[in-house]
Design a protein around this ligand. Structure first.
Ligand code: B16
Ligand code: MG
Length: 213
């Protein structure tokens, strides 16, 4: 296909932070007396912090004020940050480093497109920062996935046109964002969770760089 750039989602694609998001949301849910399962957590993948909180609170009965919600989002983030502060390179998902190295050796541009506002600390602690030519995260974008803004800004930052970009995403919202941006979406995970992806890989160990780039 001779694509010219690769745009990676962070959480669930390069590193396994979904488990930390789950533990931090679960802590909040338990305190509020809301039942929150790993299945419920699937719906929060790729979704912004504020929207995630709304989904979680929707599983309970009570309504909360904006001020209460702000405090809850901060509470969740505090416990999440405690987990990611302890992260290191061992948290990088299988096959990711080989893929990034192979893309670099082929002179393919590499970008990051994440909804997270905690991108900097995760990239620093795992040593992944060095691979990226552009980093677009939740501190830069105004519109959350499935809006294509995060990937459009990524392509602009790399000066590569959308149709030459491949997006790697573990969330359906992210695959929709990639498709809306006119990009090729590789879903990382299970087909049933990612109907908008152009193709699916279970993980990067089975991804062949030469098939798309
Ligand atoms: P934060 P991604 C997303 O990151 C996560 O998948 C999602 O679960 C999380 O709510 C969102 O980031 C915001 O993260 O609370 O750290 O700002 O998958 O787009 O890399
Ligand atoms: Mg993700």
């Amino acid at each position: 296909m001779n694509k010219k750039a690769a745009l990676f989602d962070l959480d669930g694609v390069l590193v396994d932070t979904a488990k930390f998001h789950f533990l931090a949301w679960k802590q909040l849910a338990d305190r509020l007396g809301i039942h929150f399962s790993e299945q419920d957590n699937e719906k929060l993948k790729g979704v912004s912090r504020e929207e995630s909180l709304d989904i979680l609170l929707g599983l309970g009965e009570r309504k909360y004020s904006e001020a209460e919600k702000l405090a809850m989002a901060e509470e969740k983030n505090k416990s999440y940050v405690k987990y990611i502060q302890k992260m290191d390179a061992s948290e990088i998902l299988p096959g990711v480093l080989q893929t990034l190295t192979s893309l670099k050796s082929r002179k393919i541009k590499i970008g990051l497109g994440s909804a997270s506002k905690n991108t900097a600390i995760i990239l620093k602690n795992t040593g992944l920062s060095q691979y990226f030519d552009v980093i677009i995260d939740g501190n830069i974008v105004c519109n959350a996935k499935p809006d294509p803004e995060v990937f459009i800004k990524g392509a602009e930052g790399l000066a590569i046109s959308s149709q030459d970009c491949v997006v790697f995403e573990d969330s359906e919202a992210g695959c929709q964002a990639a498709r809306s941006a006119g990009m090729y979406a590789v879903g990382v995970g299970k087909k049933e969770n990612l109907p908008s992806a152009n193709e699916i890989i279970a993980n990067f160990k089975e991804f062949k760089v030469e098939a798309l780039f």
